[in-house]
Ligand binder design. Sequence first.
Ligand SMILES: [Ca+2]
Ligand SMILES: [Ca+2]
Ligand SMILES: [Ca+2]
Ligand SMILES: [Ca+2]
Length: 469
Amino acid sequence: MRYSVLLGFCLALFLVACGGDGISIEKPCPGSPPPLVLCPGLDQSFGIGGWTVLDSTTGGEPGWVGIDTEIDGSGRIVVAGSSRGNWVRDMRLWRFDDTGALDSTFGVGGSVVHPMPGGVDDYAVAVVIDGSGRILAAGRGRGPGSGYDVVVWRVDSSGALDPSFGAGGVAVYDHNPGMGADDWATALALDAGGNILVAGSTRPTRWDHDTLLLRLDPAGDLDPSFGTGGVIAQDFSGGTNLSDYARDVIVDSSGRILLTGHLTSDLNRTGTDLVVWRFDPSGVLDPSFGNGGLATYDRSMTSLTVNEIGYALALDAIERIIVAGTLSPVPGSGWSTDAALWRFDPSGVLDQSFGAFGVVLQDGAVGKPDSEDAAFSVAVDASGRILAGGQSTFAFCTTDMVVWRFDDRGTLDPTFGCQGVFTHNPEAGHPRSSSASSIEIDRLGRIIAVGAGSSSDFGINLTLWRLLQ
Ligand SMILES: [Ca+2]
Ligand SMILES: [Ca+2]
Ligand SMILES: [Ca+2]
Ligand SMILES: [Ca+2]
């Protein structure tokens, strides 16, 4: 299938961003790409011309990947990701000041790295900051004989590991001890009591993923009052070797826990289906939401399997649920993958007043029709406008970062970027890829996007952008 081949080539950064096994960098495209055309919106007071990049070649360690970002109470920008040294990948945090410069009061020169014992790969992919200013990051690390395990780190505001959390600042969870199975965290949230919700997946067999949700108390221990001993690990796909996977978690004003991700149905050959789960505060699926606690979306037809994936969740002011992700293939977009947004009402019913029957699809953000597009992040600003961050293919094998802005009805906002869409590639002519994996809105309404750009040495560079509202 054409779209799956393109996905393999063009969403290499997406695999890095979203926890894929391999890290592969695409090759430069042949030919002479046209010059970079910038849409308005970059905040010239940030970095150099509105963006900043940590180049792995000048930074000393190749492959700096920033995946998630959070803004602290002082307006500083914290980024979680990983870096590679001596062929091993280690979790890394960075903190930037308001001008986009690394904050030298954090860690060493603005950065904290924590190599797990044993010289194994570990990754941070999510970050939150608690009410005391402590920074929590989650991801995965590989324990001896246990495959990947969920790892949560906590550091104080200076970047030092917090000895009052887990073991020396690190909490590790292996779902099936002795089985050597992979367990991954993809997202983090805090509830009103300061408990830590960790969403992700566990992998009972090589070809299967099951949805995983943990609740840790503020000391980093599993909370026995939640799920089974602090853990919910459940197959929602209804069959063996079918993947279901949580990719984001948020807590609503009633303390209910919402996840998004996907499940796979083999009964109706519908491929992956978008799912939003809602659990009550004790970890029980909420029967008043969707169908038994799950709201799902599938566009498959008799002759066509359509795959939907949710990557990110946000709530608006009246707690409608907005999901960002992908839908593919889209017949109207040349059977390509489109970035997708869905909105559900608070009871889990698709909101027909949003987009077309509850769904917004986006294709061709960089001006190339039938491109491969993805939205990995979503936020709602103080005016109720919806922002999504992601990427779109420019040439056969390169992507540009994209931020879309929509009004409350899911219509592109023409006052933002180029007719509602901002795109950027750090290298003029788009010879290589960039992608936004996370967006946040700061206290002044400015939009922070963090992501990755590949460079001429085939390394990956951490890249930050700031856009004016
Ligand atoms: Ca494991
Ligand atoms: Ca499964
Ligand atoms: Ca489907
Ligand atoms: Ca598309």
